[in-house]
Each structure stands twice: as structure tokens, then as C-alpha cells.
Design a protein around this ligand. Sequence first.
Ligand code: NZQ
Ligand code: ZN
Length: 449
Amino acid sequence: MLKNIFLTDFLPKIKDFFCIFCKFAYLCTINCNCKLSTKESIDMNSFTFYSPTEFCFGRGREQEVGQLCLKYGASRVMIVYGGGSVVRSGLLDRVKAALTASGLPYCELSGIKPNPTDPKVREGLAIAHDFQPDFMLAVGGGSVIDTTKSIAAGYYYEGDFWDFFCGKAKVGQCLPVGVVLTIPAAGSEGSGNAVITNEQTLQKLGIRQPMLLRPKFAIQNPELTMTLPEWQTASGISDMMAHILERYLTNTPDVQIGDRMAEGMLLAIMEEAPKVIANPEDYEARANIMWCGTIAHNDTCSLGRQEDWNSHAMEHEISAEYDVTHGAGLAVVFPAFLQYMAKAHPYKVAQLAMRVLGIVPQLPADANLNDTRTWPVEEQQRVAMEGALKLKAWFHDVLHMPVTFEQLGVPHPDLELLNARLHKNKGTVMPGYLPLDAETTMAIYKLCL
Ligand code: NZQ
Ligand code: ZN
């Protein structure tokens, strides 16, 4: 990167062949408003938005689970849950009672761990093939929901379900899925995604098939989240903020609706988060956070735009290797990613810094405040960097999240290993807000130290 800035600054004749930000091409591909930018040819993208999930939000709504299963065609239900929180809270008993009251027989798969793995999906598939459910019910968070979706996707497939995750096959038919959500974080209750770790290869990979994998219904009672420990609450908040930022960091112009929705959501989360940390039983704050976790990831704020997802890919390598909490890993990776972008490709980070994090730009009176691409690059970089550092301090001071590998409990990360696996899984150059090669991702991992 420095090499290209050098070329741009000091070799004016070569200047027109290099974009100072996009080092991979002679023609800029990232729409950074340089001379070579192909901005005019990129527009708000066409899109299809299919979000069939019925969201049932509010106190006591879990009582309706039996009726909802019936509504979506259930006659035999398979319940999936985690390591015991839903047993201790009494939620599982209430769910079972509601199914029984609706005349629905059920079987169950328990013990789903955070960062769920493939053996549990296979165990679930064996139970399912035996019991033959026609409806899958997840009672828990992202790990439980993703395991449930994977069983639902693998049920009709003759090969191994992992084929979907490693790209060998596409999901063709799927059992319907319902959710009783207990933690606002992954957003899987509204997303068409599932993420599973392969225990043997330590690949943590996702599938994204919204037409098939979005749940039929999601029950969201904020009261159910009051038993969450602070660590899980804060990790969930970090994750949903990352889901918004992955969509915010785009080079697609003219996506004002998505930008303003994302900024509004981030502002709301940053206002509500301290309330939830201070008082875990604050219903209003819990409710705001819970709904935000859903719309952060059900695509409403990313329609019509290119998305990034490279911070997530970088974090998935960390949680696959060291089994850390996904949201906590993102609290380490995302600020480092923004710090890097503040120098390398700052305009959108500067916009975030100004509109969400309150960093004030210093510009001439006639400057176009809202179009950060027209600002002098040095001012974009200054504002962006201040914003990145402010967000990092917020994660640390307000959410009490780790912001370095050491604070994450990984004092000696094997960066070479993480980086090699990252590019093996995601390709030599990862496309996105800024295309990332191995040198760039290593620089970002080093900013996490
Ligand atoms: O297992 P139990 O005992 O239920 O405890 C869980 C678990 O230990 C606990 N918990 C959940 N609700 C609780 C509770 N404890 C007390 N009271 C409650 N009400 O919280 C712990 C974490 O649960 P988990 O399901 O792992 O959390 P989360 O929703 O953050 O899911 C994380 C997983 O989702 C993936 C992540 O990579 C990770 O594997 N993601 C899935 C996505 C998707 N499908 O769209 C997108 C995300 O970016 C993410 O990658
Ligand atoms: Zn996430």
C-alpha cells in the first residue's frame, strides 16, 4: 500500500495508472472516487428480498409456540437446544407443554455448544431420520439455530451435509424451521445463513440461502434474555454491530436508505447497550437490543449494495482455532479492520466516524459535508482514524469487551496459521470494501495484537 501511495505522490507520470487505494488493478475497482474509479458504471444494485419469517415479539409469546408450529404445517417436531440455560430457566418445559397442548409429538437434540460443530449435526440427522419430524424447532441462540438449520438442510440430502458448507452441493429441499430466541446476537432467527465448524479441518464456514433457510417464525420475548451473563450480552451486541458494519462498508453509491438505517441502528444500540449492562432486567433496553439484533442481519439495511464480510471471515478463523466467543472476537477484529481502512480506504469509515461517532471534520466552508469522498484524503483519514479508535475504546470501556488478542485470552496467536487458513478458505484476494490479499490481512491481524 505504501508503495502505491509513494508512486502516486512522487511519480506523477505513472499516477494515472494506479489508484492510491486499490493496489490490485490498473483500473480502480473499489469506487473510491479517484481518477480511475468506475463509479459511474455502478448503481444501487437490483435485488430480490424474501423474508417470510413471522416475528412474534413481546412478553410471554413463547406460549404460542405450539399454535405457530401447527400454522406452518407441523405434525411431528424435533426440538434442538444448547447446554442447559433453557432447562434451568424453565423455558424448555414451557415449550414442551405448549407442543403437547397442541397435540404435537416431539423428539429432542440437546447439548449444542457455542461455535457448533459438524458431529452434532450428524447426531441430529440420525435422530431426525429415526423420528421423521416435519418441523424443526430451535430453542436458543445462533449456535442452536444454525445446527437446526443444518439438520433441516441435510435431512433430504443423500450425501454428507458438509457438502453444502464446503461448496460441493447446494441445499435443494429443507425442513421448515421455527425459533424461540434466547440471545440477541447472531441474527440467525431472521437470516438465511448457518455457520458450522468442521472439527477435523477446523474450517468454520457458512451457507447463505435465504429462499430456503430463513425461519418460518421467530418468537422473541426480551424477558428470556434477562438471564444472560454480561459477557454474552456484550458479545451479542458486538456481533450485531459488526453485522451492520459489514453492510455499511460498501462502495456502492446512492444507498442512502441503507446507510441511514445502519447509522440509526448503531446509534440506538450505543444508547441502549450501557442500560442493559447496568441493569440486565431493563425490559425496554433488552427489547430494543433484541429487535436490533434481528434487523441488523435480516438484510433490510443491505439491500441493493455490495457487502463486505471480511472481518467476519477473519474472526471465524480465530473462533475456529481458539474457540473464542464470536462477538468477542469481532470486538478485537473490527476496530483493527477500521484502523487499517482509515488509512487505506477511508471515505466510508470517515462517514461512520462523523455521523455515528461524533467526530467533527475540519473542512472549508463550501465543502460537501455529506460526501466524504470529496474531502481531502488527509481529512478523511484523520476523521476515520479518530472514529476507529473511539469505537475501539467504546467496546472496551462500555461493553467491557476484549480489544486485543491477549485480552481475548489468546496471548500468543499463530497469525501465520490463521492467515494461511483464511486465504485457503476465502481465496488469494478477498473481494469487498477493499480487496484483501495475505499481506493486508496479516497487517490487520497484527493490529489486533
Ligand atoms: O448453551 P446454553 O446453555 O443455552 O448457553 C448459551 C451459550 O453458552 C448462552 N445462552 C443463550 N441464551 C441464554 C444463555 N445463557 C443464559 N440465558 C439465556 N437466555 O449463551 C451462550 C452463547 O450461545 P450461542 O448460541 O453460541 O450465541 P450466539 O447467538 O452469539 O451464536 C453464535 C454462533 O452463531 C454464529 C457464530 O459464528 C457462532 O457460531 N453466527 C451465525 C450467523 C447466522 N447464522 O446468520 C451470523 C453470525 O455472524 C455468526 O457467525
Ligand atoms: Zn456475526
